[in-house]
Write a protein that binds this ligand. Structure first.
Ligand SMILES: N[C@@H](CCC(=O)N[C@@H](CS)C(=O)NCC(=O)O)C(=O)O
Length: 202
């Protein structure tokens, strides 16, 4: 397997985490963001949106971190990580969608501004982030894991940009349930970290 990725990308990190937790061997293919390699003709044949991550597994090519998590869980997860039932799958996909929407428009957008200097509507991104964190905190008051009684790809999809929130000047000290959940993810067998994540000491 090959993973086309940026080292500093939380979306790529979701995939790195699951590959490691499933003990799958892969070759990292770093994409040169500074030279906009993701917009090159060659890369656009892998992902016409010109974005990472992209996973190549023999002849299979998949773009989008959420889609890659689903693929790996179903193909290699031995029945773990992605429940088969209608309700079980739907509960996971609720959080995959939250990751692609509110997480991206909230904490990830704030990080892209404060860490990489991207133009962002800070008022809107802060409002989206605050609403998301309140919702997540109250969900985690009643649940150890996001979508099931055990960890699923919902937790992995949500984890990176929440754990990286400090890089977007978001203070997680107010959110004890979220910090406890982050710590639980960090204790999962095969967990890998990335630059910018401050491991929880709770
Ligand atoms: N929905 C996509 C979003 C991918 C995405 O935003 N990738 C960023 C890195 S985190 C990227 O490639 N940015 C470079 C660009 O857009 O040119 C996913 O979850 O994989």
């Amino acid at each position: 397997m090959e993973l086309f990725e940026f080292a500093v990308s939380g979306n790529c990190h979701k995939v790195r985490m699951l590959l490691s937790m499933l003990n799958l061997e892969y070759t990292s293919r770093p994409v040169n963001g500074a030279e906009r390699e993701q917009k090159s003709e060659t890369f656009l044949t892998l992902n016409p949106f010109g974005q990472v991550p992209v996973l190549k597994d023999k002849e299979v090519v998949i773009r989008d971190s959420q889609a890659i998590l689903v693929y790996l869980a179903i193909e290699y997860g031995k029945g773990e990580w992605f429940p088969k039932s209608g309700i079980g799958s739907a509960k996971v996909i609720e959080w995959l969608s939250t990751s692609a929407n509110e997480v991206t428009r909230g904490p990830a957008a704030l990080r892209s501004h404060y860490k990489f200097g991207r133009p962002v509507n800070l008022e809107e991104a802060t409002a989206v982030s605050d609403q998301l964190l309140h919702l997540l905190e109250s969900h985690l008051e009643k649940n150890l894991w996001l979508a099931d009684e055990k960890p699923t790809i919902a937790d992995l999809a949500m984890y990176p940009y929440i754990a990286l929130a400090n890089e977007g000047k978001v203070d997680l000290r107010l959110y004890s349930q979220i910090r406890n959940w982050i710590a639980r993810v960090e204790r999962l067998p095969g967990y890998v970290s990335m630059p910018g994540i401050e491991l929880q000491k709770v």
